[in-house]
Write a protein of this length. Structure first.
Length: 311
């Protein structure tokens, strides 16, 4: 599949849809012009170059840490062939994203409640039908997510690992990209390959790095330094250090118990790391810019953009 061409076709289709709702966004655009508009939902993708780095576990605990700080959090399991967010939380959803794409259910009908009030959009497992989304599925998920914007503060997208078309799509459609890496040399190499792909083929320029399974903070900073050194030599991007999660046996026990470590062992070092990460994310604020790619909640971005031009 030529993802660049597909993305261009998709952008044209979505801009046409956005134009149809432009008049309904007049009030939103006016508030934006006066500096009084609400920030809207914040979309963060969490991604990795290889499997086995604890990415989904990071997503689950980070979502719960953000919810504990008063945020309404929605998690979408975007590993459409091997989803496991529900497994990590001991949930047994009746419906998944596969049912949305096949037309059996609407997105709002498959959302399940997780611990701490977080909401989850589950993915199927062992089902290959939508492991590579076409234009129709991409437009469908954007339209249906758009209808949920006012219900949530933060959407966290748990992508699959690697450099597939779906990984590129979900990352470019998010406002912020967090890459999860571990101290293993293979993890550093693979996450560099992912960043390179997103930068050179999809014009992504801003990445945040989360080091998982670090021995200590010095170990995490060394990993970030290695990644930063190689990216600064070969890529024109901005790489920011978000923080780390320490290697902790409490995480292994939590995974076995199918509970988030921040809930099962709230006083553990790992739980403290997730609390710190959530605080940093909220303190840093969201990025409210169009990236040049089609993004989730496109009507808010494109509709407001069009209306601002008419004020």
């Amino acid at each position: 599949m030529n993802l660049t061409a597909t993305t261009g076709d998709q952008a044209d289709s979505l801009r046409q849809l956005a134009t149809s709702v432009s008049k309904k966004r007049k009030a939103t655009a006016t508030r934006a012009h006066d500096g009084q508009n609400q920030k809207g939902i914040r979309v963060i993708s969490v991604t990795s170059g290889k499997g086995g780095v604890g990415k989904s576990n990071v997503v689950v605990n980070l979502a719960l840490a953000l919810a504990s700080r008063g945020k309404k959090v929605l998690v979408i399991d975007a590993d459409l062939g091997l989803g496991n967010i529900d497994v990590l939380l001991g949930l047994t959803p009746d419906w998944t994203l596969n049912d949305v794409f096949s037309g059996k259910k609407r997105l709002e009908e498959i959302i399940v409640e997780g611990p701490g009030g977080i909401r989850i959009i589950p993915a199927g497992s062992g089902l290959p039908d939508f492991t590579s989304l076409g234009l129709q599925e991409r437009v469908k998920i954007m339209e249906e997510l758009d209808a949920l914007e006012e219900d949530f503060d933060i959407l966290i997208v748990d992508t699959e690992a690697g450099i597939s078309d779906n990984v590129a799509y979900f990352n470019t459609a998010s406002q912020e990209i967090v890459v999860v890496v571990t101290p293993e040399p293979t993890s550093i190499t693979d996450v560099y390959a992912l960043i390179k792909l997103l930068a050179t083929r999809h014009s992504e320029r801003y990445f945040k790095v989360l080091v998982n399974m670090a021995r200590d903070t010095d170990d995490a900073l060394q990993v970030f330094a290695k990644l930063s050194n190689v990216t600064s030599r070969f890529l024109d991007i901005s790489l920011d250090y978000l923080g780390c999660v320490l290697r902790d046996d409490a995480i292994l026990e939590a995974v076995k118990s199918q509970k988030p470590v921040i809930e099962l062992s709230p006083d553990s070092p790992a739980a403290g790391c997730f609390t710190t990460l959530a605080r940093r994310i909220l303190e840093n604020g969201g990025e409210r810019r169009l990236k040049g790619n089609v993004q989730f909640f496109f009507r808010r971005f494109l509709g407001a953009e069009a209306e601002m031009e008419n004020l």
